[in-house]
Design a binder for this molecule. Structure first.
Ligand code: SAM
Length: 273
C-alpha cells in the first residue's frame, strides 16, 4: 500500500525535527525504501503501522531508529582528495609550526559516518607529521547514527571499501588483513575517540579546536540549521583554526565570520581577522 500523504508528512517532520535532515515532499520513495526494512524487522506489515506507533511514542527508540535509517552514510577514504592535500600541505604545516611549543592539537571530525574520513585525517597526520605522535592530540569523531559509529569504532573494512580511495602503501602500513576484511591497526585507532553527537543539539566538546571537518552533511539541512551549526563551530574554533566543508557546501551568505582559503583545487575556511 502506498504511503499516505499524512503519514509521509508526519515522518518527514519527525526526521527533520530530530536530525535537521530535510526530505522534500517528493521523497516518499526514499521513506519507503529506507523504512520498510525497519518496519519488517520489528514485525510490522507496513509504514502505516510504523507511523501509528511513532505517533504514540514520538521520542522513543523507534523514532531514533527511523532517523538513523534516513541518514545517508556514503563515505570513503580520501574522499575528494583535495581537502586532504590542503590539510597536508597548508593546514598541518601551519598548525604544527604554530603549536610547536605547546605541542598540542585538537581536532573534530563531525558526521564521520563509518570512519573513513577520521582515519584518513589520522593517517595523513601520522604519515607526514610523525613528530605529532609525541604531542597531546585530542581527536574526536562523531555522528548521530549509532550503527555507523559502531563500525567506525571497530575499524573493519571490506576489500571493496579499502579499494575506494586508500593508496596501497597506506593500507599495508595502517591495516592488518583479517579474513576477507582489513582492520585498522590499534595505534591508528587509539588516536581517535568516537562518540555520538547530534549536530542539532549542544556539543559536549570542552575547550577549543584547531581543525574541524564537517563535510557532506550541511547539504541535508535548511539554511537556518546550517547557520546555527556553523555558529557553534565558529565558537569552538580557535581564532587561527581551520574548518573543512564538503565540495557542495559553503559558509558564504550563511556565516560571514568565515573566509575561504583557496588551495589548489580544494580549500577550507578560517575565521576573519
Ligand atoms: C554523507 S555522510 C558524510 C560522511 C563524511 N563526512 C564524508 O564526507 O565522507 C553524512 C553523515 O552525517 C550524519 N548526520 C546526519 N544528520 C546528522 C546530525 N543531525 N548530527 C550528526 N550527524 C548527522 C549521517 O549519519 C551521516 O553519517
Amino acid at each position: 500500500m502506498p504511503l499516505a500523504a499524512a503519514d509521509s508528512e508526519f515522518l518527514r517532520q519527525l526526521v527533520r525535527s530530530r536530525s535537521g535532515i530535510v526530505l522534500g515532499e517528493d521523497k516518499g520513495y526514499l521513506l519507503e525504501s529506507r523504512l520498510m526494512p525497519l518496519a519488517k524487522a520489528i514485525g510490522m506489515a507496513g509504514l502505516d503501522a510504523l507511523t501509528v506507533r511513532l505517533r504514540a511514542e514520538p521520542a522513543g527508540q523507534l523514532a531514533r531508529q527511523v532517523v538513523e535509517a534516513m541518514t545517508t552514510n556514503e563515505t570513503f577514504f580520501f574522499r575528494d582528495i583535495h581537502p586532504f592535500e590542503c590539510l597536508k600541505k597548508l593546514v598541518l604545516p601551519d598548525l604544527v609550526a604554530k603549536r610547536g611549543t605547546a605541542k598540542r592539537l585538537d581536532l573534530w571530525c563531525a558526521a564521520a559516518s563509518t570512519g573513513q574520513e577520521p582515519y584518513t585525517i589520522a593517517m595523513t597526520m601520522r604519515e607526514h607529521f610523525p613528530q605529532v605522535a609525541a604531542w597531546t592530540t585530542r581527536f574526536i569523531a562523531t555522528d548521530i547514527a549509532s550503527e555507523v559509529l559502531k563500525r567506525a569504532k571497530e575499524g573493519r573494512y571490506s576489500q571493496l571499501e579499502v579499494n575506494r580511495g586508500l593508496p596501497a602503501p597506506l593500507l599495508i602500513k595502517n591495516f592488518t588483513k583479517d579474513g576477507l576484511d582489513w582492520k585498522v591497526k590499534d595505534e591508528l585507532k587509539r588516536m581517535i575517540e568516537f562518540k555520538e553527537l547530534n549536530l542539532l543539539e549542544t556539543y559536549p566538546i570542552s575547550g577549543q579546536l584547531d581543525i574541524i571537518f564537517i563535510r557532506n552533511v550541511l547539504i541535508y539541512f535548511d539554511v537556518e540549521t546550517k547557520r546555527a551549526i556553523l555558529g557553534k563551530c565558529r565558537k569552538l574554533l580557535r581564532p587561527d583554526g581551520y574548518l573543512f566543508l564538503g565540495g557542495a557546501e559553503t559558509t558564504l551568505n550563511i556565516d560571514d565570520a568565515f573566509v575561504r582559503v583557496e588551495f589548489d583545487k580544494g580549500g577550507c575556511y578560517r575565521l576573519k581577522g
